[in-house]
Design a protein around this ligand. Structure first.
Ligand code: EPU
Length: 430
């Protein structure tokens, strides 16, 4: 297994190109199941999760072609992928695949909508929490699917197709919103989703579905109104920039000090988190080409934050913020309200000398003067990158084990940070 070695203490200075958003690319790739025509996606990040989903889609019968090689050094424009699901040859998504990536469960809605049946493995729990799928199933049942659970699989049937419905989610869920939105685009009549997730990635999918012929109103609000079509067409769509990657590098700059241009980033998709960053003492500026973040000289101010669905502070940046706050000039408090077990980074940050107390869903972080490098273990994607930030801001050598978690969601991480002066390298297992 590869490891990442960091020697901390360097400020970050330069430009980092922001990749296409993982959490938009995944449902957009899945949208290819909805049409027999060609869906072309531009700016797709080259990530382990994307590659795994591509294998799952191929298994269903999606043909796929990737345009020629990308420019080097990396630009913020990712791969162009053409997907054609002319014939869906298999409506089963097996356990071996779905258990490795939760978002692959989102093939369920599109498969039922297009084929009238699907058998998709339950995704199971994961490191950050139990993560049930009751809301996905509730929404799809309201659209007319008959759903049974059999031997760990969701077995769904809708022989006469899906029909529009009025769905009120009791809780905000990104995945359930995606699943129902994708299915509703190919359902008969109008679907209204109340209490829909408002994440920009949902909006990106809704825009793509509109290009494919569905009509989606209320994009960016918590009420989505979808006019389904009997048949959707092909489209060309560009994946929006990754706001979590943007926020991660922004936190890294705030932690190490320095001045970095995050090229291609969308300020408004990340405003709450960037405002929080500014409260800690960093300078944040929206420019014509992205977001510029700097911290020169001043200290890190302690703050109190709780994670919330969009437009609140994202749970996907909680670990990175915590890494930054370990060196604040006082005591900070972070409350995690989305996932019950998303504090796996706490014990690893403690290895570097962080002083963090956990009580239920709340972490109290007492700032320390310095962190000191140590060997640590990556536990999930965002936790891993928080260790990278802590390592960069600490003194001496940090070696991060199990970096395959990082490869799931960060494209060319070492290269992007290295280009801004970080001392970071991948130690290959050979
Ligand atoms: N929930 C239910 N029932 C459901 C679905 C969700 O109770 O049927 C609960 C979850 O257990 C959780 C909360 O609702 O407590 C929110 O979960 P949500 O469904 O919104 O999360 P998700 O769709 O599984 C996506 C992202 C996550 C991100 C969350 C929250 C993708 C591929 N995944 O997950 O991203 O943390 O939304 O914003 O978009 C990551 O990229 O590292 C990552 C984990």
């Amino acid at each position: 297994m590869d490891r990442i070695r960091i020697v901390g203490g360097q400020q970050l200075r330069g430009t980092i190109p922001i990749s296409g958003a993982k959490n938009a690319a995944l449902p957009l790739l899945i949208a290819s199941l909805l049409t027999e025509d060609r869906l072309t996606l531009k700016n797709v990040p080259n990530l382990a999760d994307v590659n795994l989903l591509v294998r799952i889609l191929r298994n269903h019968g999606v043909d796929l072609a990737v345009d020629g090689k990308r420019s080097s050094p990396p630009s913020h424009l990712g791969d162009t992928i053409h997907l054609t699901a002319r014939d869906i040859v298999d409506t089963t998504a097996p356990y071996e695949m779905v258990s490795r990536m939760r978002a692959s469960f989102w093939v369920l809605g599109p498969l039922i909508a297009r084929m009238g049946q699907a058998k998709v493995s339950l995704p199971g729990g994961c490191a950050i929490g139990t993560r049930p799928v009751d809301l996905h199933l509730m929404g799809l049942k309201e659209l007319g699917a008959d759903i049974d659970i059999d031997s760990g699989y969701v077995v769904a049937k809708a022989p006469k197709g899906l029909r529009g419905a009025h769905i009120v989610f009791p809780k905000v869920s990104v995945g359930a919103t995606h699943n129902v939105l994708l299915a509703a685009a190919l359902a008969k009549g109008e679907t209204v989703i109340e209490n829909a997730a408002r994440e920009p990635e949902i909006g990106d999918v809704a825009v793509c579905l509109t290009k494919m012929g569905a009509k989606v109103e209320g994009i960016g609000t918590s009420v989505l109104r979808i006019q389904g079509r009997d048949r959707l067409e092909g489209a060309i769509h560009t994946v929006l920039p990754d706001r979590i990657e943007t926020g991660t590098f922004a936190m890294a700059v705030a932690a190490t000090g320095g001045d970095v241009m995050l090229e291609g980033a969308h300020y408004h998709d990340l405003k709450t988190a960037l405002d929080v960053l500014a409260e800690t003492g960093a300078s944040v500026e929206a420019t014509a080409t992205g977001v510029r973040v700097s911290r020169n000289g001043g200290g890190i101010e302690p703050i109190s934050v709780e994670t919330q669905p969009f437009p609140g502070f994202p749970t996907d940046l909680q670990a990175q913020l915590m890494a930054l706050l370990t060196r604040a000039s006082g005591t900070s408090v972070i409350r995690e309200t989305i996932f019950e077990n998303r504090f796996m980074h706490v014990q690893e940050l403690a290895r570097l000398g962080a002083d963090i107390q956990l009580h239920g869903d709340t972490a109290t972080i007492k700032g320390v003067k310095t962190l000191k490098g140590a060997p640590v273990m990556a536990t999930d994607l965002r936790a891993s990158v928080s260790l990278v930030i802590a390592g960069l801001a600490g003194e001496g050598e940090t070696v991060i084990n199990r970096v395959y978690h990082l490869d799931r969601g960060f494209e060319q991480l070492e290269r992007k940070l290295g280009a801004c002066g970080a001392e970071i390298e991948r130690l290959s297992s050979g």
